[in-house]
Design a protein around this ligand. Sequence first.
Ligand SMILES: Cc1ncc(COP(=O)(O)O)c(C=O)c1O
Length: 387
Amino acid sequence: MGLETKLFHRDTWAEVNLDHIHENISSMKTRLQTGVSLFAVVKANAYGHGDYEVAKTALEAGADFLSVAFMDEALALRKKGITAPILVLGISRPESAAIAAEQGISVTAFDDAWLDSAKAQLKPGQVLQVHIKVDSGMGRIGIRDKNKLMKVESSLEKEACFNFQGIFTHFATADELNTDFYEKQLAVFKGMLTALTSLPEFVHAANSAASLRFADPVWNAVRMGISMYGLSPSMEMKPIVPFPLQQAISLKTKLVAVKQLVKGESVSYGATYTAQGNEWIGTLPIGYADGWIRKLQGQEVLIDGMRVPIVGRICMDQCMIKLPRSFPVGTEVTLIGADGLETISIDEIAAKLETINYEVTCMIGARVPRVYIKDNQQKHIRNYILE
Ligand SMILES: Cc1ncc(COP(=O)(O)O)c(C=O)c1O
């Protein structure tokens, strides 16, 4: 790909394919029953993909709402020109009520005292959009008993400064094939809803896993996160995902140095890797400060369609690979993604790190520029450190 290299000055970048994100959302929308809204979850810089670009793509693909974890993330989207409704899923300070109302940002609440404090912050005439969070078994945030729910609902209904816009819960095990706990949570949520005098506009519970597997008449909106980025919510679920998911992000770099070591010479901190004979060693300008953490020592990368290993300890900004022969400086190397017939998936990296794919995409550091592909072409580059 002919990169517009003037916009960043180190040859390491993440490619984000917005066409794939668009396709994943369209597939989900086709699956949803008529009248079910889609909330695109773009928290954590859209799971590392870039909040603004993903939000825009999601809205173009038909998302009705955006969701983030924190107020700052919602405000960042507003600052970048996103005018669509946004829900902050996590706890916000009551002191943020006025700015949320001013910016049309919906908040999550589950406590009467919080509503009192928020009310005190609102300016005359302001209306705060509120979604009540129910803790149906996640044990994180939310209301756990009906009496408290009734009190919160009545506070919302009696105050003109609040609009009871939604109610939601979050599943802890929807990505596990055993559905016992999922069903228990769903039953708890349904039971809680019976305590309300009326249902708000949005009732939502399903994350990607639940939306991909189940449709329940209790919800009229879903919150789509990981599957929008083309990733399965769990390895267990991979064989039963009902439509093909297109992984959106790849991670690339280029050789910046190539040298031959002779037998007995070593590589990197601790001198833990020693050449067994004459060996070609390439240096890559990516390290643990970019999210390419030390535990990835030994992980393979792709060069010229071949898998080669990372040797020696990964440094903060660089790491070394063992090459089968000399390659010119500037040769492209793929850390995540496809090269020829070979592919390194995010799931492969997650397995190596004994973690989940969510963590891998979130780990790709802000120092790594994002290169956006749209309509099959490189469209736009975001370089956070030069912004
Ligand atoms: C409250 C809430 N809703 C929805 C999501 C999206 O979940 P997923 O990425 O599994 O689709 C998350 C993700 O962590 C979440 O915390």
